[in-house]
Design a protein around this ligand. Structure first.
Ligand code: DQA
Length: 150
C-alpha cells in the first residue's frame, strides 16, 4: 500500500512559522515521523512539499501514473483558493484525506472554506502534526475495507 503525503506552501517552515499555531516540530523532523509512522503501519509513503500550486497539481498527476493507492494532503493556503488542486484530485480519482494542523474552523473566516473538502473522504483538522498520523491510519483502514489493497 502506497500513500503520497503532499504539503503546500510554507509547510516547509514548520518549526519556524507561527509556532503558537503550528507547533515547534520542524519539517525535517515531521518527515522522520512520517517514516516512523509508515513503518509502524506497514505501508509505503512518499512525501512531497511545494510552495508552487502547479507543482502540486503535477505531483497529483504523477501519483496517478505511479499508481499510488491514497493521498494525504495539506494544501495549506491553497486549500482556500485552489480549484486546480480540487480538479487534479477529481481527475485522478485517488482516495484522499485532507489534513490541517491548526483548527481552521476557529480561525479567520477565509480559512473556513476548503475547495477540496467535497472530494475528500475525511478532513482531519486541529490535531497538530498528529493529524498526519491519524490520516495515514484512517487511509490504511479505508483502503483495506473498500479497495482490498493490502
Ligand atoms: C493550514 C491552515 C491554512 O489556513 C494555512 O494557510 C496553512 C496551514 C494548517 O495546516 O493548519 O498554511 O493548512
Amino acid at each position: 500500500m502506497n500513500i503520497a503525503i503532499i504539503n503546500g506552501p510554507n509547510i516547509n517552515l514548520l518549526g519556524i512559522r507561527e509556532k503558537e499555531i503550528y507547533g515547534t516540530c520542524a519539517y525535517v523532523d515531521l518527515l522522520n515521523k512520517y517514516d516512523e509512522w509508515a513503518k509502524n503501519l506497514g505501508i509505503e509513503i512518499k512525501a512531497f512539499q511545494s510552495n508552487v500550486e502547479g507543482e502540486i497539481v503535477n505531483f497529483i498527476q504523477e501519483a496517478y501514473f505511479d499508481k499510488f493507492d491514497g493521498i494525504v494532503i495539506n494544501p495549506a493556503a491553497y486549500t482556500h483558493t485552489s480549484i486546480a488542486i480540487l480538479d487534479a484530485l477529481k481527475a485522478t480519482n485517488i482516495p484522499t484525506i485532507e489534513v490541517h494542523i491548526s483548527n481552521v474552523n476557529e480561525r479567520e473566516d477565509f480559512r473556513k472554506f476548503s475547495y477540496i473538502k467535497e472530494y475528500c473522504i475525511k478532513s482531519i483538522v486541529g490535531k497538530g502534526i498528529e493529524g498526519y498520523r491519524i490520516a495515514l491510519e484512517e487511509m490504511k483502514k479505508y483502503l483495506e475495507e473498500t479497495k482490498w489493497v493490502i
